[in-house]
Each structure stands twice: as C-alpha cells, then as structure tokens.
Design a protein around this ligand. Sequence first.
Ligand SMILES: NC(=O)C1=CN([C@@H]2O[C@H](COP(=O)(O)OP(=O)(O)OC[C@H]3O[C@@H](n4cnc5c(N)ncnc54)[C@H](O)[C@@H]3O)[C@@H](O)[C@H]2O)C=CC1
Ligand SMILES: CC(C)CC(=O)C(=O)O
Ligand SMILES: [Mg+2]
Length: 354
Amino acid sequence: MSSENSIRLAVVPGDGIGPEVTAEALKVLEAVAPVTVEQTRYDLGAERYLATGEVLPDSVLEEIRGHDAILLGAVGGKPGDPNLPPGILERGLLLRLRFELDHYVNLRPSRTYPGVTTPLADHVTGGREIDFVVVREGTEGPYTGNGGALRVGTPAEIATEVSVNTAYGVERVVRDAFGRAQRRERKLLTLVHKTNVLVNAGAVWWRLTQQVAQEFPEVTVDYMHVDAAMIFLATDPTRFDVIVTDNLFGDIVTDLAAAITGGIGLAASGNVNPDRTSPSMFEPVHGSAPDIAGQGVADPTAAILSAGLLLDHLGHADAAAALEAAVLADLAERDPATKRSTTAVGDAVAARLA
Ligand SMILES: NC(=O)C1=CN([C@@H]2O[C@H](COP(=O)(O)OP(=O)(O)OC[C@H]3O[C@@H](n4cnc5c(N)ncnc54)[C@H](O)[C@@H]3O)[C@@H](O)[C@H]2O)C=CC1
Ligand SMILES: CC(C)CC(=O)C(=O)O
Ligand SMILES: [Mg+2]
C-alpha cells in the first residue's frame, strides 16, 4: 500500500562491505516511524559484471529512475584486481548514476560527535566543535572521462584527464552552496580550488562565486587554495562552515574531513539532484573496503547517517532527526575498547528507534 510516508527505494548494496553496511542502514530505516520502505534491490557491482559483463544496463537505469531515492553501499574491487578493468564499476556504475541522474550537489557534512575521539588534540579545535559541510560538485571536473592515452606502454606515453568546468555546472552548485550557507548560523562560504595554477577552471569558479555572492549579501565569502585548505583542516577545522569545491578536490577533502571527525566509518553523503528531476542517491563517503570485507567489522554508521540524509531530502524531517538522535546516543555510549560487529551497531541504533 502506498502512502505519503512510503518510500520507493532503489537499493544498490554493491561490493565489499557495501552489502554489510547497507543491510544495517535498511534495518534502521525500517525502524523509523512513520516511514515505510518499499525496496527494489539491484545486484549491480563486481559479481554481476564478472558473471555477465553487465555494469549498468540502460533498462536498469530507467527502472531506477522510477524510485523516490537510491541507497547505495559502495562499488569497486581491490585496487589492482586483475579481473576488474580499472574504473569499470566506479565510472560505469557509480559515476554513471551520478551523471545520468544529475546529482550535481554531492553533499558531505562533517561534524564532531559527543563521545567520539578524533585524532586532533583539543588544543587544535580549541574545544570548539567541528561542524561544516562540503558541497562537492558531482557531475563535472576531471571525473567526466574526457581524456585519453597515446603510445600506451611506451616510454613516450602521454595520458590526460581533462577537467570539465562549465559555467552552467559551476554556477548551479555554487548557488546551492550559498543557499546552504545562508541557512546556517555562521553564514560563511569558503571556495576551495587551485586558482593560482588551474587558471582556466579556477577563473570560472572564482568569477561565478563572486557573481552569485551578490545574491547572498549576508554570506561571508572566503577563498583558500586546496593545499592550504588541507593545512587548516588538520590544524584549525572549526574555521570552516560551508566549503564549495570541484569534484576531485571534494573527493579528497571529504576523506580528510572524515578522518578528523572520528573516522571514515562515520562519514555520510548525499548525491543530490536539487531540482528533483530524478531520484537522489545516498551512500557512505567510504568505498567497498576490500581489506575488511566479509569480516562483519565495518562500521555501518556512515551508511545509517546517509539514510538519515535521504529521509531529510524526502521531507521526512522528524524521522531524520529521530534517526540522527539514535545514532548520536549510540556514539555517545560506545566504548572504544569494545569492538562491536556491523550488525551489533545496526541492532543498537534500530533498538533506540523501536
Ligand atoms: N562510493 C563508492 O562506491 C566508492 C568506491 N570506492 C572503491 O572502493 C574500493 C576500495 O577503495 P579504498 O581507496 O580502499 O577506500 P575505502 O574507503 O574503501 O577504504 C579505505 C580504508 O578505510 C577503511 N574503511 C572504509 N569504510 C569503513 C567502515 N565503514 N568501517 C571501518 N573501516 C572502513 C577500509 O578498511 C580501508 O582501510 C576501490 O575499488 C575504490 O574504487 C572508493 C571510494 C568510494
Ligand atoms: C569512484 C569515486 C568517484 C568514488 C569516491 O571516492 C567518492 O565519491 O568519494
Ligand atoms: Mg572518495
């Protein structure tokens, strides 16, 4: 039975720890009132590719379009796996979903959690909480597949990956980031780029940031070269509020952001289509973690929090808040000396919602 609280969810568990953490996110989603989930599971990933040669058939993509949202675990094999051509799943499945569904806002919040220790000493954060969001452009940059290689395997080999930055693509993600900054208390937006070297792409980002800033007079605009931003993420992360950046820089920045706030197992993300012309996709920041896959030790918190972002995106703000509160309570009571299994964490969070 379909109702306004029912979510038609496409689930892509994927590879490695993807299915393990997705199962826990679904467990928690099913425990959150008043939403109900009607799931369609898609067995996309390494196993299907190896068995059939299929990565993302067009018919499957069209079916996925018919859902309210997508929950994805992670895709990809062990780096260097001879059975998987490099990027076949990352580009052919994950990025294809992001591009085809126009997920131009890759939203990655980062915050400290009560009870969670971080690698940063107290003197670095000055006792203040880290709480920022990275708005990573999701459909352009060097990830579009523009490039190639000549004279492969010879000493004269040349390989290129061209970064694509359109005014259309940059302006829309920058405007989204300004909107988020406007709604936050500190109203501070930091553009992170490398305008001193990547002068063509940098000029588009710089100019459009200055231009869109005119629409948001309450938002303070800052700029930082990406290398310097790494210094400040490690030494003074509370200075950030909203970071807007391109697809590659955002990918790297958000793994560091995860590390400084308690680990990659806690970092959630949403691949958002703000115009709602297609379903948005929610997934942990991390990958398929082949080094721990199958051991039942992956932390499913990032996947669970990603399900919270999904609820919020679909307008279930109360359910999203309840899910986040349950995760926070669970984190606050975690004993770092006791390692819990993936399912134990999911069970504990779900139990708080029951
Ligand atoms: N969105 C996606 O589907 C992504 C896929 N990948 C793919 O995943 C594969 C592995 O990539 P890596 O670079 O190793 O990144 P990764 O994020 O999978 O793993 C990096 C490190 O973090 C640990 N880790 C990751 N998630 C964890 C969790 N939930 N709990 C505890 N520890 C966790 C792993 O054990 C590993 O030591 C590759 O095939 C890569 O292309 C990588 C990033 C994102
Ligand atoms: C395949 C990559 C684009 C996935 C990734 O590392 C990410 O989105 O953070
Ligand atoms: Mg990444």
